[in-house]
Design a protein around this ligand. Structure first.
Ligand SMILES: Nc1ncnc2c1ncn2[C@@H]1O[C@H](COP(=O)(O)OP(=O)(O)O)[C@@H](O)[C@H]1O
Ligand SMILES: [Mg+2]
Length: 409
């Protein structure tokens, strides 16, 4: 059976750029994606990070052609694919569920798509893909004889073997336990740099996104809040959502009371206590006047037994240690500072003895260059969200699609 060229998803030598231009997706009474612009350069490992329900899977389904945008355009490799079917797009998807065919061997599973497309050398290519995920030695086993981590590697091989210009990964490691997950994160990154394809990886796990991706886009309620290299997002978050979703932050709100050529001072007035001027570099602050929210990461804050003197650091206190929890490499302190609320401090466990205990009076300090100023203020909707649980129906749909293909062949 000869397929027409337009329906053949050719083997990609390299990854393709992906662009979403003004894409919206509205379901009856609900906007899942709101005017989304996204540019993902060819060959990059890009992570879309956000809480459950923020629109990650919907975005992938739009890119894969399983869903039609209400508005906007999708370009792959510079070509407008908005009106093409999913079969015409050089895209493969890996889901959390492996959806392997139980009665086929691992090699047959990986070669399946190639055989369907009458590709010569299907077996040789499938073996190469299994080599890539280091599973050549289990080629003749059945999926049930493999561990969860191995099955996910097979699913990855089965997608990569088609050499899609764009590989979509929807929470692919979600079903694995933490240790295996961390290991697979590193392996997946190695595989991506080896094959040079464009990976769009979706996750609600901030550590996973930061470990793996060159670029992370933080998504919230159908919009991208901030996008950039992981270090940049972490060191300089621009919104309260990003500052609290990607790691933890201490946030303070106050009015800008003065500025120099390079810094501004924000007066954060404690209730019933003297106000403190918190200095923030202008180039680390999104807003330079009025009432602003500023933040500092817990590991940038130092705990002191006595008030530090003659220092160019920002000093808060005295406060009282409310909680100290030891986690091995560090201790997390919660310090109640009158007028400022609870401040979180991470202290590395490098000192011997003399750790602060609940009830102790302490001072806090940090270097002004670690402070950052946000565009907005904390709201009820910022903060951590529960893990995704709603991908189940999509997995079932994908499995049904594969089974339908299998029956046809
Ligand atoms: N077919 C659909 N009809 C109506 N609402 C949908 C549909 N698909 C997804 N949604 C809603 O869109 C929002 C985003 O969903 P989704 O993209 O699956 O989020 P995520 O993958 O980030 O958890 C959710 O509130 C979800 O309930
Ligand atoms: Mg999802």
């Amino acid at each position: 059976m000869a397929e027409t060229p337009s329906s053949v998803r050719g083997f990609a030598e390299a990854g393709a750029d992906l662009s979403l231009v003004g894409v919206s997706k509205r379901f009856p009474g609900f906007t899942a994606i709101d005017n989304l612009d996204l540019d993902i350069p060819a060959g990059s490992f890009f992570a879309l990070l956000g809480p459950s329900g923020c629109g990650k899977t919907t975005t992938l389904r739009l890119v894969a052609g399983l869903e039609e945008p209400t508005q906007g355009k999708i370009l792959i490799g510079g070509k407008d694919v908005t009106n093409t079917t999913s079969y015409q797009r050089p895209v493969n998807t890996v889901f959390q569920s492996y959806a392997l065919f139980p009665h086929m061997t691992i090699l047959e599973n990986v070669a399946f798509g190639l055989r369907r497309r009458k590709i010569a050398d299907a077996e040789k290519l499938a073996k190469e893909a299994l080599d890539l995920v280091e599973l050549a030695h289990v080629a003749n086993r059945k999926p049930s004889q493999l561990s969860g981590g191995q099955q996910q590697r097979v699913a990855l091989a089965r997608a990569v073997v088609n050499r899609p210009a764009l590989l979509l990964l929807d929470e692919p490691l979600g079903a694995l336990d933490l240790k295996l997950r961390r290991q697979m994160q590193l392996e997946l990154k190695d595989i991506q740099s080896e094959v040079g394809l464009t990976f769009l990886h979706v996750t609600h796990d901030q550590e996973e996104a930061m470990t793996m991706a060159d670029t992370v886009a933080v998504m919230n309620q159908g919009r991208i809040e901030q996008m950039g290299a992981p270090e940049l997002l972490y060191e300089l978050p621009t919104t309260a959502f990003v500052a609290t979703f990607l790691g933890q932050s201490n946030l303070f709100t106050g009015e800008v009371t003065g500025s120099s050529a390079t810094t501004m001072t924000v007066g954060v007035a404690g209730v019933g206590v003297a106000g403190v001027g918190i200095v923030v570099p202008l180039d680390r602050a999104q807003v330079h006047r009025g009432v602003v929210t500023i933040g500092v990461r817990p590991e940038k804050v130092t705990l002191h037994r006595a008030k530090p003197s003659g220092s160019d650091r920002t000093i808060l206190g005295p406060g009282r240690v409310m909680d100290a929890s030891f986690s091995g490499v560090s201790t997390q302190y919660t310090v109640a500072v009158p007028g400022f609320g609870d401040v979180t401090v991470f202290a590395q466990n490098t000192s011997i003895g003399d750790n602060a205990r609940p009830g102790d009076e302490v001072y806090l300090s940090w270097s002004p260059e670690h402070a950052f100023g946000l565009l907005d203020h904390p709201s009820a909707s910022s903060g951590k969200f529960v893990a995704d649980t709603d991908t189940g129906s999509l997995v079932v749909a994908e499995r049904e699609k594969l089974e339908a293909e299998l029956e046809e062949s």
